[in-house]
Write a protein that binds this ligand. Structure first.
Ligand SMILES: Cc1cc2nc3c(=O)[nH]c(=O)nc-3n(C[C@H](O)[C@H](O)[C@H](O)COP(=O)(O)O)c2cc1C
Length: 300
């Protein structure tokens, strides 16, 4: 009997719901599935307050770790590990990164094929490049990735995700759609389960990712990739600004986080037209190089 270990951290349960849809066809196919939930010692609040939400920024961008609840390493042996995670500020969520850099991560991943499942808003590519590296560092073998995103426009989903995170409301309002991943896309993710089960049963994990891609497991828009790179660069600068005086004057961090919490949404909306145009021009100028890079990123 094949055995699969699912490791994940989900705050609101969206990612958990996605994983359930992907994994239940495995159980139906007679595959044994174990779960390991990553739990921060100090849980993040939901809904978030404005301050706590933006105060998580420096650690997420700096890829710092937090203490996790102690966990036992499931014994296995496992034929596949599925690592489900979400994105915080263009990086893996802090609990996910804390797991990847945890001394026990190696015991969970070493020598095992690892499939990642990401449920972000829309920007996951650079985070996945980093996660792929950490999986390899822990002795795991990345074999593929599934990213199910919120398909609303970039600015639309900024509004709906903020309302969801700060007030816990996902329902459509005014001209805005339902927040998060669409129900149709959540339910549709069940199609990946039989593909995973089939490749596991046939010991053909080397062919898994190409088959998942044909089923629409991951799409990278060149413009979003350019925007994401730019965002990561600017986030690094904001992080340095926020923590610059934090050692000597702890109150300065909170003052700067408050400033950032107002500045970031304004910058996103004011800069959108110019940045949208420059990103498109960049996409045209570097079209071929970007396509080659995207093909490399999607290859496992
Ligand atoms: C602090 C924070 C920052 C986030 N930043 C991003 C981001 O940069 N890019 C993105 O695509 N989604 C971002 N999201 C959305 C998450 O990736 C995810 O879709 C959402 O939090 C729901 O995940 P859950 O299953 O953990 O509840 C962010 C969420 C939080 C809480």
């Amino acid at each position: 009997m094949k055995r699969v270990l699912v490791i994940h951290y989900s705050q609101t349960g969206q990612l958990t719901g996605l994983l359930e849809r992907i994994v239940s066809p495995l159980t139906q196919a007679g595959i044994h599935v174990d779960h390991l939930a990553i739990r921060p010692q100090k849980p993040y609040p939901f809904p978030w307050s404005r301050l706590t939400f933006f105060n998580a920024f420096p650690e997420a961008v700096g890829r710092d770790t937090i203490p996790l609840e102690p966990f036992e390493v499931p014994e296995g042996p496992y034929d596949l590990v599925i690592l489900g995670y979400t994105i915080w500020y263009l990086n893996p969520s802090i609990p996910t990164n804390s797991f990847l850099l945890h001394p026990q991560a190696r015991a969970c991943l070493e020598g095992r094929p690892v499939l990642t499942v990401i449920a972000p808003r829309n920007m996951w590519v650079m985070a996945q490049e980093y996660v792929r590296g950490r999986i390899a560092d822990a002795g795991g073998r990345p074999v593929g990735n599934i990213s199910v995103v919120d398909r609303s426009g970039n600015l639309t989903s900024v509004v709906t995700v903020i309302r969801w995170m700060f007030w816990g409301r996902k329902d459509p309002f005014l001209v805005f759609p339902h927040a998060g991943i669409r129900q149709k896309d959540m339910d549709g993710a069940a199609r990946f389960g039989p593909i995973i089960a089939d490749h596991l049963q046939r010991d053909a994990l080397a062919d898994l990712n190409p088959a998942l891609l044909v089923a629409g497991s991951a799409r990278i828009a060149p413009t979003l990739l350019v925007l994401e790179r730019r965002g990561l660069f600017i986030f690094g600068k904001w992080r340095r600004f926020i923590i610059a005086k934090a050692d000597r004057a702890p109150a300065s961090r909170i003052r700067r986080v408050k400033f950032f919490s107002v500045a970031l949404p304004i910058i996103i909306f004011l800069a959108a037209p110019i940045s949208g145009l420059s990103v498109r021009i960049m996409g045209l100028l570097k079209g071929r190089a970007l396509k080659a890079e995207i093909a490399r990123i999607l290859r496992y």
